[in-house]
Ligand binder design. Structure first.
Ligand SMILES: [Zn+2]
Length: 243
């Protein structure tokens, strides 16, 4: 693998090459210009709501070689057991700037993966807490709450079937990127689905929509149906599924 120090040395050499037309220096940093820079939008009509100062767009990838070299040296101290390195925000910002180059863009993806994993872990936690809460309040109280929540929603979005208690009491606050899965909170068991978890489920639902298999049933309804199909099981009550 190419060591970071060698890569930075190569970038410095390339930047000093007079024939390199797409590289300019900007203060202490090197700027690799985009081949097709984004157009700068004109200012809006003065005195209207469109009278906004247009944002300056980056012209390319900014490489602060000094900050990157320093950050690499600091990281190397810990990496090679030579003490504790100290990374400053300037080092991290320089790394993020470098990662903006179209041939890299790894850090953003890693960060998105971390956000997704964290949202999924939180969702598992929310579900198990809602299940425990549902167990604690019991069927009668759950049904009473479902009845109380049966009045028309005063919120912008409708209520949907809750994936934990299966009552139609999951108050949607908004939807995922595909408009398939809502985020919000259940008025019976308090299960809360975050926007990130909704995005993840929405993507899975989008993929499932490409398949012709029937939609899955709420796990609690499946469990009850199996129990009731067995001899000696109690008859189903009102709160036994989607209503
Ligand atoms: Zn619920």
């Amino acid at each position: 693998m190419f060591p970071a120090s060698d890569l930075l040395k190569l970038i410095k050499e390339k930047a000093q090459d007079p024939t390199a037309e797409s590289v300019v220096t900007e203060g202490s940093a090197i700027l690799i210009l985009d081949q097709h820079p984004a157009p700068v939008l004109p200012a809006g009509t003065p005195g209207t709501i469109f009278d906004i100062e247009p944002r300056t767009r980056p012209r390319g990838t900014r490489i602060d070689v000094n900050a990157l070299e320093e950050g690499d040296q600091q990281a190397a101290r810990s990496r090679h057991g030579r003490g504790q390195g100290v990374l400053l925000s300037a080092h991290v910002m320089a790394l993020l700037d470098l990662d903006g180059h179209q041939s890299l863009q790894v850090l953003g993806e890693r960060q998105a993966d971390r956000f997704r994993e964290s949202a999924l872990h939180a969702d598992v936690d929310f579900r198990s807490r809602a299940e425990a809460y549902l167990e604690r309040i019991g069927e009668d109280e759950a049904e009473r709450r479902a009845d109380a929540a049966a009045s028309p929603s005063i919120f912008e979005h409708p209520r949907e079937d809750c994936p934990v208690c299966c009552y139609e009491t999951f108050q949607v606050d908004g939807y995922d990127l595909w408009g398939r899965v809502g985020h919000g909170q259940c008025l019976v068991c308090a299960y809360a689905r975050s926007p990130d978890a909704a995005d993840d489920e929405g993507f899975a639902a989008h993929l499932a929509s490409l398949d012709s298999s029937p939609a899955p049933t709420c796990p609690r309804v499946q469990h009850k149906a199996v129990a009731e199909a067995q001899p000696g099981s109690p008859s189903p009550g009102r709160g036994d599924g989607n209503r």
